[in-house]
Every structure is written in C-alpha cells, then in structure tokens.
Design a protein around this ligand. Structure first.
Ligand code: HEM
Length: 420
C-alpha cells in the first residue's frame, strides 16, 4: 500500500499480463500520468523525477532490497534449488586483483575464437559475442578445460537453456516455463552441474589460486559428493549473472562502430579511450533495464513533489531507457563524446546525475564494470585488427518484449569477415 495513492496506469507488468513492448507501454504511461505512478496492480511504484530517481538509488538493502527483487524475478525462469546454500556470490569475484586473471583468459579466448573463425566467413554479431562471453566466463570461474572442446559445447547448450536473463528478455514466455514446472531448465541445470562437477574432480590435486580454485575451496569442509555438486552450482550462478549484459554490450558496441567506419578505424588503430567511450555509449543507448527494489520495511519516499509512505510488499522501480535518452538535450543520439572517462562529460546538464547510467549508481553499482569495459574494449579492437568486416545489416532493432538488462537484437546481425 502507498499513501497517498499515486496515479495508477492501466498497465500490467509483462509477467502479470500481456504487454508486447513494456518499455513503450511504460513510456506512454509516464506521458499520461507524470513521473510517479504505479502499474494496474498498484504493487509496482515507478519513479522518474530527478529526486525520485536519486531517492531510489539511495535505498538501503535491508529496507528496500535489490537482492530480493532480483531473485524473485529470476525465479520465474531458474529452478529454486540453484539459489539454496550458495557460498560464492557473483560480486565476490571482482576484486581489484582479479582483473588480471580475466584479461589473461580474455586473450586466450580471443585466440581460440580466431582459430574457430578461420580466415574468412560470416558471423552473427550477437551469436559471436555470446559464445565469446561464455568462453571468457567459463575460463575464468571454471578453468580453461571447461571453455574449449566437447565440455564447452555441452555447457553452452545447457547454460543457454537455463539462461536466467530470459526472465526479463522474454517475460512473455515465463507462463510457459511455470506450466512446465521448469522441466527444461531442471534438465539443463543437471547437465551443467554434472559437467562442472567433473571439472571439480579433475581439479583436485592440481590446486592453484585462480577464481575456480577459490570457489571450490569454500566447500573443502563438505563431504566429497556434496562438495563437487555445490561448487558446480556456485559456478552456474556466477555464470548466469554474467550472461545478462556483457555479450549484449559487446554486440551493440560492434554494431554501432560498424555503422561508423571512421571511428572503427580509429579504434583499430589502438585508440583505447575511444573504444571504451563507444562501449559506455552503446550500453547507455541500448539499456532496457528495469531497476527493482522490494520494500521490506515501511519507508517514506520523496519524489520532489510529494512524500509517500510505502508499505512492505510494494516494489519500487525505475526504467533506464526512459531516463538515459532524455535527461539532457542530445542524449537521444549515440555519440561517444558524451563520455569523459567513465563519467558523463556534462553532468551539470542533468537535474540529477542518477538519471543517466550504464553500470548503475548508489548502493549497488556493477562490481564487474572494470572487467566488462576492459573485455569489450579488447574484444572489439581485436576483431577490427584481425578482420576486414562488412556488415550485411541495415537496421538492427531492439527486442520489444525485453524489460531488463542491455537490449537483445530483434534482427539477425550478419557480418562477413576476411583476415587482414
Ligand atoms: C556490459 C556489462 C554489464 C552491464 C552494463 C552491467 C550493468 C549493471 C547495472 C546497471 C547494475 C546495477 C543494478 C541495480 O542497481 O539494480 C549491475 C549490478 C550488478 N552486476 Fe553488472 N553489468 C554488466 C556486467 C556484469 C557481469 C559480467 C557480472 C558478473 C557476474 C555482473 C554482476 C553484477 C552484480 C553481482 C551486480 C549487483 C551488485 C550489488 O547488488 O551490489 N555484471 N550491473
């Protein structure tokens, strides 16, 4: 319950009712009702005013929880048993000292990928970046033995079937997942767990100090059969988290650069600052993220015009595509000069800096930002250095059903490549 009651849009969220393009529907609701409103169930409170968005990012986890809201979303797709008893959570793997490990694995993954691509052919941009994302991630938190050869292929098939981000990429399909009692997902989880548990078996006796070793070591006190399965489940959870945004951010950076050959040439020539600005800009422009906080204790929220009392059970939300492109003049255009390092060049143009983001603000910014930007910058530069690329696409639209994460492409993105 919210007091006083804000306007209620005549709009269900896509997991409660049919909405073909939830982002467009919420943009229309904002145009009708202003910057603060609820969905039709009155259980989701949307905030878009500068003060409202600032208040959103300041919410403390024990009062209004991102973790609870996210897990509730992901449970529409992923079997419940994956979340029980995890000992390694994704944000624990992104310490300052870990970036070196990731970059070494990234360079290895780029070599393996180049071998696979051969001297010439045709690739789909987002299929290519997704496979690369699987390879970098698995090499990092499950060892290189899981990131190449038949085990890699079996893991990719299983992890794609399990993909937690489907909960917000295809919310329209979650009714079907529930009706099947997640049968396909349970099968996929069993395959992924067993493949990774075998990797744990093989690791024993050859213990090092990389991320995978650290994940397994947290189960050293458990009986052997529980240890191998639980360490494998920890890896699955980390990997699913990594599948939400990275490959999509890399995909759009490639697509947006291929549409601007002069800039692509500068990146190919080694301009890393430009490559990073392009990555930030592609992520900003193609964000479709809904940000959620589930209220656990009664709170008061001020949107700059009105103070609301909000009871537990309500979820507070904001939606990046509705603020990222409109918070200041010119932000509707893709232009890497919007960025100065990792900050917007002219934050004074914004009524609140929180209105524009690629990797989040406040209490829960993305712990994987340095790794993700380094990975995108290197991967896109590597592709441009190795190959002459000819895009066979004209326009790439964002998948309309999606409400969360960086956009998936609605259209194929074929590109012909020839080794330079
Ligand atoms: C281009 C790549 C990425 C983008 C654009 C991105 C974006 C974001 C954003 C916007 C948030 C804040 C969400 C919120 O406030 O509700 C976030 C948080 C988070 N991201 Fe990322 N992310 C990326 C890559 C990754 C990767 C590779 C991982 C690895 C598993 C990861 C793990 C996380 C985690 C664990 C959080 C939650 C942090 C917390 O609750 O304190 N992200 N990310």
């Amino acid at each position: 319950m919210i007091t006083p009651a804000p306007p209620a849009a005549d709009l269900p969220l896509p997991w409660d009712g049919a909405v073909a393009d939830p982002v467009a529907a919420l943009a229309a609701a904002r145009a009708d009702h202003g910057d603060t409103f609820t969905d039709v169930s009155r259980r989701y409170l949307f905030l878009f005013s500068p003060q409202g968005v600032r208040a959103f990012y300041a919410l403390a986890e024990d009062v209004a929880s991102k973790g609870v809201a996210d897990v509730r979303m992901l449970l529409r797709k992923v079997p419940d048993e994956l979340f029980a008893g995890r000992r390694t959570l994704p944000h624990e793997l992104f310490g300052r000292d870990d970036v070196g490990t990731y970059l070494a694995n990234l360079d290895w993954a780029l070599e393996v990928t180049a071998r696979e691509l051969g001297p010439a052919g045709r690739l789909d941009v987002f299929d290519h970046t997704r496979r690369l994302g699987h390879r970098i991630g698995l090499a990092s938190w499950a060892g290189r033995g899981s990131a190449d050869g038949p085990r890699f292929e079996r893991l990719v098939t299983a992890l794609d079937a399990l993909d937690a981000s489907e909960a917000f990429v295809h919310p329209d399909l979650m009714g079907e997942v529930a009706r099947s009692d997640k049968a396909r997902e349970r099968d996929a989880l069993a395959v992924a767990t067993e493949e990774l548990a075998r990797t744990v078996d093989e690791l024993d006796g050859a213990r090092g100090d990389d991320l995978f070793d650290r994940i397994v070591a947290r189960w050293d006190d458990a009986p052997a059969d529980e240890r191998r399965v639980n360490a494998a489940l920890d890896v699955v959870l980390v990997h699913l988290a990594s599948m939400s945004n990275l490959f999509a951010g890399l995909g759009w950076t490639i697509v947006d650069l291929l549409a601007r050959p002069d800039m692509a040439e500068q990146v190919r020539g080694g301009d890393r600052a430009l490559a990073e600005a392009c990555a930030l800009e592609s992520i900003r422009v193609h964000q479709r993220s809904i940000m959620l906080r589930q209220v656990l204790r009664p709170i008061e929220l001020d949107d700059g015009t009105q103070r609301y009392a909000v009871e537990p059970g309500v979820t507070i939300a904001t939606l990046l595509p509705l603020t990222n492109l409109s918070a200041a003049p010119g932000l509707d255009r893709w232009d890497p000069s919007h960025w100065n390092g990792r900050r917007l060049r002219d934050p004074s143009d914004l009524a609140a800096v929180e209105l524009v983001t690629a990797f989040g603000h406040g209490r829960h910014p993305c712990p994987a930002q340095p790794f993700s930007l380094a990975a995108i910058t290197r991967a896109v530069t590597d592709l441009l250095e190795r190959y002459e690329l000819v895009a066979e696409l004209t326009e790439v639209r964002e998948l309309p059903s999606q409400i969360g994460g960086v956009a998936r492409a609605a259209d194929p993105c074929p590109v012909r490549y020839t080794a330079r």
